[in-house]
Ligand binder design. Structure first.
Ligand SMILES: Cc1cc2nc3c(=O)[nH]c(=O)nc-3n(C[C@H](O)[C@H](O)[C@H](O)COP(=O)(O)OP(=O)(O)OC[C@H]3O[C@@H](n4cnc5c(N)ncnc54)[C@H](O)[C@@H]3O)c2cc1C
Length: 150
């Protein structure tokens, strides 16, 4: 019974939910992270992680994982509105560039980090639908008794 008790249940395992679950699990909370989507999967979004977001990934120790995917840095932006364009370099001294990984890459990385931190990560079974299990690879660093499924 105790294995099914959580301090926090986070619904949604993409760029908001997974880091939330990861940070709470790192602080020792018992966290369940659920999503009706499977991972890796895409979602409606473009891909730019602005420099402040990159600073957060760095703080959390995840930036090297992102860079190891070969994602190139973006130093300057240009938003072309037709009659005029806004262009510039939005980085800071500490975090000078943006990156634009595909969500299939980013979200999988984040959900993996939540699992590695000890959050239990689960898909959701919807009645009437075939049981959608995320590919059943237990994360190698998930805690015993806390299966992280990616
Ligand atoms: C066209 C477009 C372009 C964008 N471009 C950028 C950009 O370049 N840079 C940027 O920073 N932001 C961008 N955004 C915004 C960014 O995509 C969102 O802010 C971000 O995806 C929100 O993250 P999230 O984790 O809160 O939600 P989502 O990424 O939407 O994830 C929510 C998750 O929750 C799950 N979920 C929801 N309800 C339930 C439920 N009841 N049960 C189980 N699971 C559930 C869903 O399956 C989903 O996986 C863009 C958005 C759009 C639409």
């Amino acid at each position: 019974m105790a294995a099914h008790q959580y301090d926090v249940i986070v619904v949604g395992a993409r760029c908001a939910g997974s880091p939330t679950a990861m940070l709470l699990a790192r602080r020792g909370y018992r966290v369940l992270l659920v999503d009706r989507a499977t991972f890796p999967s895409d979602t409606i979004s473009t891909h730019v992680i602005h420099p402040t977001g990159i600073a957060a990934l760095n703080r959390w120790g995840l930036l090297d994982q992102l860079l190891s995917t070969g994602c190139p840095p973006v130093g300057t932006y240009a938003f072309d509105f037709g009659p005029f364009t806004i262009a510039g370099s939005p980085g800071t001294d500490d975090s000078p560039v943006a990156y634009a990984p595909r969500r299939t890459v980013l979200d999988k990385l984040l959900v993996g980090a939540a699992a590695a931190a000890g959050a239990e990560v689960r898909g959701i079974h919807r009645p009437g639908h075939p049981h959608r299990r995320w590919p059943g690879n237990r994360h190698p660093r998930s805690r015993p008794g806390r299966p992280g499924r990616l």
